[in-house]
Design a protein around this ligand. Sequence first.
Ligand code: SAM
Length: 322
Amino acid sequence: MKESGSLDQFGIFKGEEIHEGFAIDRRIVVHTADINDFIKTIPDSSIRLIITSPPYNIGKEYETQVALTEYMKTQERLIGELVRVLADDGSICWQVGNYVEKGEIFPLDMFYYPVFKQYGLQLRNRIVWHFGHGLHASRRFSGRYETLVWFTKTKKYVFNLDPVRIEAKYPGKTNYKGPNYGKPSGNPLGKNPSDIWSIVAQDWETGLWEIPNVKANHPEKTIHPCQFPVELVQRCVLALTNEDDWVLDPYAGVGSALIAAVMHKRRAVGCDKESRYTRIAKERLEAFLAGSLKVRPLGKPVYRPTGREKVSQVPMNWTRNG
Ligand SMILES: C[S@@+](CC[C@H](N)C(=O)[O-])C[C@H]1O[C@@H](n2cnc3c(N)ncnc32)[C@H](O)[C@@H]1O
């Protein structure tokens, strides 16, 4: 296989070209088009991980809202194509929130689940991505999580737990019965990070996957209204692919998933219909390759108020009992 770039001392493909069109011997592809057209250029069984956050059909600046049934029909056709390009031991990670109509919420993973099952995929985890801020609802409880559903194409799939293990809370714990009585019960590399990825608790140390939602003041923020944190994708890339594998984001936006893939020496292909986003995706990838992209370090604890900030103080004229 032809290599078009060279590894630098950190193992990153410096000087790597960012291509427009897909070819199996390339390493980075960013394409501007409707994914329903672009997907036809990708060969069968060539992608190890498809990870994306699709449009939620909620009237964001890059989408036209349609009836939920119509939206799902379009998605169903695309998912058929995604399953075609997915390797037999590959995975699809589909990150979604709610579709909302007249104040009623429709959790999108519930609607996607039968579609993935229809194509024979198997659900491995329904990961809850919890974040601490967002809009305050007035007629229901404020929503503070979305989900990432991880499906595999078959029962034989790539899963590397060791690179994403987190520090155990009680590494000194021992077995209290059986043949291993008295011996450490944990794994020296750490523990399984669980299926709750949160922004409130301490990250790798606590076992909650603490990934801040990308909003103002975040080092990764661009003009995109709903950007993935790179960190969210890094965990999936490390666990569900090997070096040199292809990672595809069909709704790539400003390229967060592609950056996560390239950071870990995977090949990355992304498509978005909006050139204003793919332009930024390319700029971010170029900045990454040049070593100047600002990315929140994997596992960095989130800032927590000390209680002394002005915004943490209860206003003087508020009393609990009115
Ligand atoms: C939720 S955003 C994804 C953001 C991305 N995860 C990121 O970090 O930037 C969904 C993206 O899908 C794109 N999109 C919507 N319909 C599309 C289509 N038919 N083909 C390609 N891209 C599309 C939108 O332009 C938008 O950037």
